[in-house]
Structure formats: structure tokens, C-alpha cells
Write a protein that binds this ligand. Structure first.
Ligand code: BG6
Length: 500
């Protein structure tokens, strides 16, 4: 295994939730599995004042709470961690940061000044930090690469995403910018490509001639938890649909890339996103359902409605559910509906893609011909389920639906990297394949903008009880086409975990 080059990793937003819950655990695992550079430093940067030791102690404490850690490995990892107070608006603090990075590089004997900056801050700082880094030469690649990971949301709508892109591009070039969408870091999302393009038995069928329709579901059981303040200004369309679900859709629908590298892959992704049929007023009225969860009892517990959540306005009209029927205008997919839904406080946490194949040309074995269906389960119980017809034992020739399941868990020897581990490693290695390119982000916003405008319409929001599959109106989206959403769970009454 080739390790990334020696480098410094600077995390802005060092005392934030993302750093504690995702970034530090990911770096710790990479370290424990000997996947980080031979020599590296992690520098936490935020406004709060900490000494290196105090910061290390806080991180170690939170890591131990989250999972089982190995004391010696944890102690050794922490020796790579440092802390630098940075008030993101204060020029002097960037000068101090630059000096500190130089001193650490000298101390560790780095020959290059390779640096990865991670913006795990509120989005309002995504423009300011790159500008201030550049003012102190921290974008300069003469003596080693400088890369910037930008968390989502990248912009708030089409106009702000374009403005942010312009702002960042004044200081960093496109090859230095890594827009993270953690769904692309998920092993099972990447597998969509391998499954499609390495199996001669599926790829020939993967088009409008054989596929009837496609469902994409990103359901969550949890509500907005402590994030009401952020979420109320965002909503499901911006939080999940514009990024994660459209990226999954692109993986399902894209053409095979000429090569597996950042340019080829992202060229194909952007072609799909640019082929999404623009939503007309009629589509918004008939093909879109927005919902908001209301208080109700689930498995014996009374769950608060969205408007009762901390940080949410009493009269909020922010959507926590979105369901949409959409089309891709290209040769492969013309006329095939993609039904996409995501929501909070649905019955369970499940992300899956369902491919429904067309029926045989003539139903020889009776009218109720079994369906040919592929369920590609992204999470949990990652795997693939195939349904097909078999003869029902006994007299006559009745066809019956049978299913075949593959569970990733059965590959016991395989340890999957978490999404953040994979993406951090890729960024350290300079591989942008699984990061969103500027034109893809723009194409997503372009598609979504009419929904954002429509959301202003006071008629546009339906209520749904916690623990249900969204507003009843979302069933109608498919019912008018004589179809129904797949119901992914068997035992909604007493389990939250959804087996394939
Ligand atoms: C985040 C959203 O990007 O993705 C959250 O902001 C959401 O609201 C989360 O809960 C879902 O990610 P995952 O990996 O748990 O499916």
C-alpha cells in the first residue's frame, strides 16, 4: 500500500460536532490501520482557546465515548494532534497559523509543505477562510500541494452557489478544491458503478428498453435532533435531495466512464445531471410532494412534531420530506420515471435504489406475473436483492415471486472504510474522483432551484405523522401511474432496523 505524502491536516471548526463525531474518528481509524502518511500533523483550528494538551484530552475523551479505542494507539495518535486558536476574521491569527504550520513542518522534518485544509465550519465562513489563507500564502503550491475540503451545503441556492464558487476560485484553483458529499464515500454507492459496469448480465438491460421505473429512497427515523437551527433554514430539499440523492441518482444513471479517474468519472456524472428534465410549473404541482412531520406516538413513545423541535420556528414551513417524480432526457433513460424520496421521522433508516424491470412481452403464466426487481441497499444491511419468477410447486403452471439476497456482511473478511475515512484518504492522495466538481454542483442547484422557488407557495406543504412514510399525497405520485413505493421493512411496529 502506498501511503499519502507527509502532510499537515488543518481542521477549521475544530471544536464542532463534525470534527468530534466524524473527522477525528476517521483519522484515528486510518492511523490505527497505518493508512496515514509516515509523518503528519493534525492541527485543530477554532476560536476557543485550548492548549495542545487540553484539546487532545477533549478529543480522546470523545473518541473513547464513541467507540472502543486501544490506549497505546490513541496516545500515539494524539502526539500528532495540535491546536491553534484562530478567529476566522482576524488576520493576525492566520499569520500565527502559518508560522505554526511552518514550525511543525520543520520539527517533523517535512521536505514539502503539503497541507489539507478542512472547512468544517458554518457555511458562512466558506468564502472568508480561503481568502485569508491566500492572504498568508497558504494557497501557494510552489513548495507542496495545498488542498481545500469544503463541507456541504455548497451554497444555499443557485445564485449563492455560483457566488461562493467564484469567491473560492479567486484564491484556489479547481484542482485544489474538494467539495465533499459523504454519500460518494460510501462503499455501497461506489459499488453501484462496479455492479453496473462489471456485469455483462445487467448492463445490457440498464436502459429504457428494459427498465420500467426506478425508486430512490433516503429515509431516516431520527428527527432534526439538536440541529433545528440549521435545518429550519435548509429543509430536506437542500439537506439531502440536492446533494446526496442526486449524486446517487447520477451513479445509477450515468454512462460508463472512459477510465476510472476524476475527469472521466465526473464528466459522466455531470452529463446526467445536466440531462435532468427541468421541472415545469405543472411538474411542481403534480410531481412534487413536500411534507413536515407532526407529533405522534411511535413504538410507545410520543415524538414531537417538527415545529416543537428546539431551534425551529413555531410556524415553520420548512419541509422535512420531499418526494419527486423526475425524468432524465437522454437516449438511455428517456421516458423512464425516477421516483425519489427522502424524509426525517419516517419509520426507519434506510437508503436504497430499486430498479423495476418491465414485464415479459406476454404473460404466459397468468395475469399476476412476478416482478423482476433489483433492490440495491446502500444502508443498513448493505446488499443486493434480486426478485424473479419461479414455478409455484404443485399442479399447473403458476409463477411465484422468489428473492435472492446478497449481504455485504457475509464477506466477513472485508472491513469497509467509513465514508469519511475513504474521502480523507482520497483527498490526501490528491484523488478527486469521489468529490463533486463545480459544474456538477451547479447542475444540481439548477435543477433544484424551481423547487426552492415553489417552496414559498403557502399551499405546498403537507403534514405527516412521525413514523409514517410521509404524506399520503406522496403515495399518489406513484398511484396515478398504477405503481407503489417499495415498502422496505417488515416489522415497523417493533424495530427500527431495516433488513434487506
Ligand atoms: C447529512 C444531513 O448530510 O446527511 C443530515 O445533513 C442527514 O441531515 C445525514 O441526517 C444522513 O447521512 P447518513 O450517512 O446517516 O445517511
Amino acid at each position: 500500500m502506498v501511503l499519502p505524502e507527509n502532510s499537515s491536516i488543518v481542521i477549521f471548526g475544530a471544536s464542532g460536532d463534525l470534527t468530534y463525531r466524524k473527522l477525528i474518528p476517521a483519522l484515528y481509524h486510518l492511523y490505527a490501520n497505518q493508512q496515514l502518511p509516515e509523518s503528519f500533523v493534525v492541527v485543530g483550528a477554532s476560536r476557543t482557546e485550548y492548549s495542545d494538551d487540553a484539546y487532545r484530552e477533549k478529543l480522546a475523551h470523545s473518541l473513547r465515548e464513541l467507540e472502543q479505542t486501544e490506549p497505546d494507539t490513541l496516545a500515539a495518535f494524539m502526539q500528532h494532534v495540535h491546536y491553534q486558536t484562530v478567529n476566522t476574521a482576524d488576520q493576525a491569527d492566520y499569520a500565527n497559523l502559518a508560522q505554526r504550520l511552518e514550525a511543525l513542518a520543520v520539527e517533523r522534518g517535512f521536505t514539502q509543505r503539503n497541507t489539507l485544509f478542512y472547512l468544517a465550519t458554518p457555511p458562512s465562513l466558506y468564502g472568508v477562510i480561503p481568502a485569508n489563507l491566500a492572504a498568508h500564502g497558504l494557497n501557494n503550491e510552489d513548495n507542496g500541494w495545498k488542498r481545500l475540503i469544503v463541507e456541504k451545503p455548497f451554497g444555499y441556492d443557485l445564485a449563492s452557489a455560483r457566488a461562493l464558487d467564484k469567491e473560492i476560485h479567486q484564491h484556489f484553483q479547481e484542482h485544489q478544491i474538494y467539495r465533499i458529499d459523504h454519500y460518494l464515500g460510501k462503499e455501497t454507492v461506489q459499488n453501484l458503478l462496479v455492479f453496473r459496469f462489471s456485469n455483462a448480465m445487467f448492463e445490457p438491460l440498464w436502459n429504457r428498453n428494459f427498465i420500467d421505473y426506478v425508486e430512490i429512497t433516503g429515509a431516516e427515523f431520527l428527527g432534526v435532533e439538536e440541529r433545528g437551527g440549521y435545518y429550519d433554514g435548509s429543509g430536506a430539499v437542500r439537506d439531502m435531495f440536492q446533494n446526496h440523492l442526486l449524486q446517487v441518482l447520477a451513479m445509477v444513471a450515468m454512462e460508463p466512464p472512459a477510465q476510472i479517474n476524476a475527469d472521466s468519472m465526473r464528466d459522466e456524472v455531470v452529463k446526467v445531471l445536466q440531462s435532468l428534465e427541468p421541472l415545469s410549473d405543472d411538474d411542481l404541482r403534480h410531481h412534487l410532494v413536500l411534507g413536515q412531520y407532526t407529533a405522534s406516538k411511535v413504538r410507545g413513545d410520543l415524538l414531537p412534531g417538527y415545529r416543537e423541535e428546539p431551534g425551529v420556528a413555531d410556524d415553520s414551513r420548512t419541509e422535512t420530506y420531499v418526494g419527486l417524480k423526475m425524468f432524465i432526457n437522454n437516449w438511455r433513460w428517456n421516458g423512464v420515471p425516477f421516483y425519489v424520496r427522502t424524509g426525517k421521522r419516517l419509520p426507519t433508516r434506510v437508503t436504497e435504489v430499486v430498479i423495476h424491470f418491465k414485464q415479459t412481452p406476454h404473460p404466459v403464466f397468468g395475469k399476476n406475473a412476478p416482478e423482476n426487481r433489483l433492490v440495491i441497499r446502500i444502508q443498513p444491511d448493505e446488499g443486493i436483492q434480486m426478485s424473479f419468477g419461479l414455478k409455484e410447486p404443485g399442479a399447473g403452471f403458476n409463477a411465484k415471486e422468489a428473492t435472492m439476497n446478497f449481504h455485504y456482511a457475509s464477506l466477513a473478511e472485508t472491513q469497509m472504510l467509513t465514508a469519511y475515512e475513504r474521502l480523507l484518504l482520497d483527498a490526501l492522495n490528491g484523488d478527486a474522483t469521489l468529490f463533486a466538481r463545480t459544474d456538477a454542483v451547479e447542475a444540481c442547484w439548477q435543477f433544484v432551484q424551481p423547487i426552492l422557488d415553489y417552496k414559498q407557495d403557502p399551499q405546498a406543504l403537507f403534514g405527516y405523522a412521525c413514523g409514517t412514510w410521509g404524506p399520503q399525497e406522496s403515495d399518489e405520485l406513484l398511484a396515478v401511474d398504477k405503481r407503489a413505493w417499495r415498502f422496505p421493512c417488515k416489522n415497523l411496529a417493533d424495530t427500527e432496523y431495516c433488513e434487506l
